[in-house]
Structure formats: C-alpha cells, structure tokens
Design a protein around this ligand. Structure first.
Ligand SMILES: N[C@@H](CS(=O)O)C(=O)O
Ligand SMILES: [Fe+2]
Length: 312
C-alpha cells in the first residue's frame, strides 16, 4: 500500500491543503460511469448519501456528476438570468459539506480570473458551452495547498500530463525561491470578513483593491503577470474539476447569442474567494453570493433599500 493518495482518492470533505498525503493528479478521462442518474433531484440525493460518509473520493463525485444527463426540465426552475452578469443559483446546501448551484451565463458573460478558496470544484455543463481558461498563479501569491505540499515530506507529485507535471514542479520551485513568511503573501491564504465586495455576488468583476487588515503591503504587481496555461471548451454534459493546486481559471460564454448553464459543486462550501487582475495579477478578496436559493430570487441589498425608500 502506498502512503500517498492520488487526487481521485483525496477526501473532498477536507480543504485541498488538508489532503496532505495526496498526489496532485488530475482526473483520468474519460470517467467510467457506473450507472445513470435519473434527474437532478436524484443526483442531489446521491450526493447527500456519499457526503454522509467521513471520506468522499474526488472521483466518486466526478462519477455521480457524469452519470447525470442534463435535461432542462430538471433544472429550469433554478435558471435565473441577469442581463449584465452571470448569476449563481443555489440548488442545495449539502448539509454544510458541499453546495451545489446552477450558474446562468447570457451571451458573452464571463467570470474574472479567480481561485477556489482551497476547496474542490466540480463543474458540469447543462446547456450551451463555456470556455475555461486556466492560469498560472502570479509569482507573489501562492495558494495554501502548494505551501502545504512543499512542507510535507510525504507529498509526492505525479501527473498524467507532462505539462501539468511541469506546472506543479515550477510552482514548487518558486516556493523555494520565495519568502515562506506568510506576511509576505497577500492575504496569507486566509479568508477574512473584512473583504472587498464586488457588489455583484459573483466573481465577475475585478474592481477595487484590498489588503488584509487594512494594511498596505506595497506588493509590486508587474504588468503581464497572468500566464495562460490551458484552454478547454466544455460542451453539454462535460464534467471538469479544478482546485488551487491545478491553477486559477476564468470561464467565458464564447457565444454572443446563446445562453449557457452550468452546474457547480464546491466542497467544502466557501463564501469568498480571490479574483486576480488580468494584467497585473493583483488579488482582491470578494464575496460570492446567490441570485436565488432553492428556486426563489433573493432581493439584492440595493433593491431592499429602494423598496424601503419608496415606502417612506
Ligand atoms: N467559480 C465561479 C464560477 S466559474 O467561473 O468557475 C463561481 O463560483 O462563481
Ligand atoms: Fe471557478
């Protein structure tokens, strides 16, 4: 028995950086589906069953998501669009262990470059298509998971593609060269409550700058810091997986006419993450919220204020 785990066996009830013994190994494709899952409700019920155990394999979640075949009649009640930005619509809060949501992208909508707050992120296309663009971490920001992998002697790397293997090697080497003192890194990987809001509740915008605890750390962010490391077109029923060890990403609906709908599962759930300025790599902590929960629209604060004003 090997001491190290493959990422397929990594326990996605834990944050990625807590899976210290795992090897960073992207999911094998194509995923072999054991059985078909008939409907979104069944998928959610299966996820609850799996997540009731202490250990949940990354690959088991992938298999469940792959086993479900999209049909708009299962999910249309959750699909709430906005003219200006992609929306996040909560389907199920997973008893605190995961959350699953439907994202709606009108033509041309895109997310900013972002991380996934040390969580596991699974995504399945339900309608239309999206392009995923992956990026290297900027040199002066390192994810918790790579710091952790570097510091654990048990951790080993083994990737199925040479480019992914090279990516992780270069990141590990960069950690050797960079200061390991947390205060030298923006945000130190922690999520605080005093974060910059983008006002949208999604990771669409890259506005504002923010330093943890209000300190100005004077990091220098050089232009052209964000390096693209891959691009994948996702079509209906495709499933993909990302975590912070595999890089950053942004999603874009390449069609200016057709809408796209995607299903996202995060474990553990998170309510803020970092977005990165595309030309400088500067990170900003942002809240991520929902346009609707369980099929019901949530009033935005500005709408609540408007209503209150109109009633005075
Ligand atoms: N991770 C993003 C969506 S995506 O662009 O992957 C979010 O949860 O809003
Ligand atoms: Fe994402």
């Amino acid at each position: 028995m090997e001491a190290a785990m493959d990422i397929e066996n990594a326990n996605c009830k834990l944050r990625v950086s807590q899976c210290t013994d795992m090897e960073i190994l992207p999911i094998e494709r194509p995923i072999k589906v054991d059985r078909e899952i008939d409907g979104l409700e069944k998928l959610v019920a299966e996820l609850h069953r799996v997540f009731s155990h202490d250990h949940v394999n990354v690959q088991d979640v992938q298999k469940l998501m792959t086993g479900y075949t999209s049909d708009p009649k299962h999910w249309k009640k959750y699909a709430k669009f906005d003219r200006f930005r992609y929306t996040r619509n909560l389907v199920d809060a997973g008893n605190g262990a995961f959350n699953i949501m439907i994202l709606c992208w009108a033509g041309g909508h895109a997310s900013a470059i972002h991380d996934h707050a040390d969580s596991h992120c699974f995504m399945k296309m339900l309608s239309g298509s999206l392009e995923e663009v992956r990026y290297d971490w900027p040199d002066n920001v390192q994810p918790e998971v790579l710091k952790k992998l570097k510091s654990t002697t048990k951790a080993r790397r083994r990737c199925c593609s040479e480019s992914e293997d090279k990516y992780l090697s270069s990141k590990m080497n960069a950690l050797d060269m960079n200061c390991q003192n947390d205060s030298c890194h923006n945000f130190g990987g922690s999520i605080d409550n005093d974060h910059a809001e983008n006002g949208n509740g999604n990771v669409e915008k890259e506005n504002g700058s923010h330093c943890k605890n209000g300190e100005d750390r004077h990091e220098v962010y050089e232009a052209q810091n964000m390096v693209e490391i891959g691009r994948t077109r996702l079509e209906v029923n495709d499933v993909c997986y990302i975590n912070d060890a595999l890089g950053l990403h942004r999603m874009e609906n390449p069609s200016h006419v057709d809408a796209a709908v995607s299903l996202h599962l995060y474990c553990p759930p998170f309510d803020s993450c970092r977005v990165f300025d595309a030309s400088t790599g500067k990170p900003t902590q942002v809240s991520v919220t929902f346009t609707s929960k369980y099929g019901k629209r949530i009033k935005r604060m500005d709408e609540v204020i408007e209503v209150a004003d109109s009633q005075q």
